[in-house]
Design a protein around this ligand. Structure first.
Ligand code: GLU
Length: 476
């Protein structure tokens, strides 16, 4: 008979992002999601999302939506339907019962007041609180009374978590009290729910903020009691603000959607966030494919990473340069519309024509909007006082001759325009410095714009000639 050899392949890697829907997706959460995503994708594994909505008071629909909006903006899609933790409460209670049956949990009939008093007394004596019900067997009468269910921590064995980032971390089990796993109303508590869900979802790697390190100790004990294999834990240092202090409201820019509003591209955010607390040599700019290939837990640093907006701007500028013009034109149009611009039929085409001339110089899509505002103006465009002065006298007359010359010029290609402008300057016997300011004043009203050949090219022939005519009528 054929022998089936035992499988030696490692189990499929499964990671998850487990946000609590109590607010927007913040930048730390986004990075956690990204690390989990990259780790799974680089190993042919699965990336899952679990919404930890067990806190019914604080969880909201709006927050669930904000989190999914943030994740999809970042392009971090889960490989399966998201799990909502609250919907699994029956399963959590079932596992609590297994723990009761195996003696790893007990029923605690202390009232909240009694618990508080005993806890205070224990604290005063420097002991860990312990309910007397840990050692008592309830009678049938007791069982009818309201009670919580507590996990029974193993007596006096140290708990060690082999953390992939922090190294081995030890706790005295005496320092961890017996955790409530079911409240008196039967509601499962957080640490029980997380263990049951991670186990049932087949999660192999738990990558999350190091504010959860203590939970890892408690969760490990629950895994052990159930005879379940612990996942690999990787607790990453939280993100700090540019000043080195913990990220707080004071720093602003905490929510992912704020970064979108500040004009950052999602691929730039992914690139920047991947580098925030993780390194692959000196590589700063890399693609998603490279991030997926390179990302590992050993590259995660133990020191908190600091937000650095200059670096982010640099990364963003890189991805703007590489982005398609039509995509940038749409994003830039959105910025103009948000700034109150009234949509015109030709806007997108004009922005498309301008994009190649501005995308090398913009760090954000807001800057793309600043630098393209000139193309969206509608005729006759207002000309600022200072710009108006450049059109006075001689130089205004010269703009008239330029208009006449361009009116005969058909090829509106930027290189042809450059040559034509050069020929015009030569014919006039002046340097381009005598033409540029007046031409810009007439063509843009004094707004920022690229050089004149590019400005003409971005505006298109008809619009350029129209603006030159308008300016000559206004000023001469
Ligand atoms: N829901 C927890 C949080 O939002 C995360 C728990 C976990 O990743 O295990 O902080």
């Amino acid at each position: 008979p054929a022998m089936t050899s035992p499988s030696t392949s490692a189990p499929e890697v499964v990671t998850r992002f487990a946000p609590s829907p109590t607010g927007f997706l913040h930048i730390g959460g986004a990075r956690t999601a990204l690390f989990n995503y990259l780790y799974a994708k680089g190993r042919n594994g699965k990336f899952l999302v679990r919404v930890e909505d067990t806190d019914r008071e604080r969880s909201t629909e709006a927050a669930v939506k904000a989190i999914f909006d943030g994740l999809s903006w970042l392009g971090l899609f889960a490989d399966e339907e998201p799990v909502f933790q609250f919907s699994r409460a029956d399963r959590h209670r079932e596992v609590a019962n297994i723990l009761l049956e195996t003696g790893h949990a007990y029923r605690d009939f202390l009232s909240a007041e009694e618990t508080g008093a005993l806890r205070d007394a224990a604290k005063a004596e420097g002991r860990t609180f312990e309910s007397p019900w840990r050692e008592r067997t309830p009678t049938v009468d007791d069982l009818a009374k309201p009670h919580t269910v507590r996990f029974r921590r193993p007596a006096d064995a140290p708990v060690v978590v082999e953390d992939a980032v922090q190294g081995p971390v030890r706790w005295d089990s005496a320092s961890l009290d017996d955790l409530v796993i079911l409240r008196s109303d039967g509601a499962p508590t957080y640490n029980l729910a997380v263990v049951v869900d991670d186990h049932d979802m087949g999660v192999t790697h738990v990558i999350r903020g190091d504010d959860h390190l203590n939970n890892a100790a408690r969760q490990s004990l629950i895994y052990d009691a159930l005879g379940w294999t612990r996942p690999t834990f990787a607790h990453i240092p939280l993100i700090h603000g540019p000043d080195g202090a913990k990220l707080s409201k004071r720093h602003g820019a905490q929510a992912v959607h704020e970064y979108a509003e500040m004009g950052y591209l999602p691929e730039a955010m992914r690139n920047y966030l991947t580098r925030l607390g993780w390194a692959h040599g000196d590589d700063e700019l890399f693609s998603d494919a490279q991030a997926i290939e390179w990302f590992d837990l050993s590259g995660i640093g133990r020191a908190p990473a600091r937000l650095d907006f200059d670096k982010l701007a640099h990364v963003n500028a890189h991805w703007i340069r590489l982005a398609d013009d039509d995509r940038l034109a749409k994003l830039t149009l959105d910025v103009h519309l948000a700034r109150g611009h009234a949509l015109g039929p030709d806007d997108e085409a004009r922005l498309m024509r301008a994009m190649p001339f501005v995308k090398d110089r913009a760090k954000t899509t807001l800057e793309l909007a600043d630098q393209t505002a000139f193309v969206l103006k509608s005729r006759p465009i207002p000309i600022e006082g200072k710009a108006c002065e450049t059109l006075a006298g001689d130089s205004g007359e010269r703009i008239g001759r330029l208009r006449d010359r361009l009116a005969l010029f058909e090829s509106w290609d930027v290189f042809a325009l450059e040559a034509e402008l050069k020929a015009f300057a030569e014919e006039e016997g002046v340097g381009f410095g005598k033409i540029g300011p007046a031409a810009r004043a007439a063509l843009t009203g004094g707004s920022a714009s690229p050089d004149i050949a590019r400005t003409l090219s971005a505006l298109g022939r008809e619009e350029s000639l129209g603006r030159l005519n308008d300016a000559l009528q206004q000023t001469i």
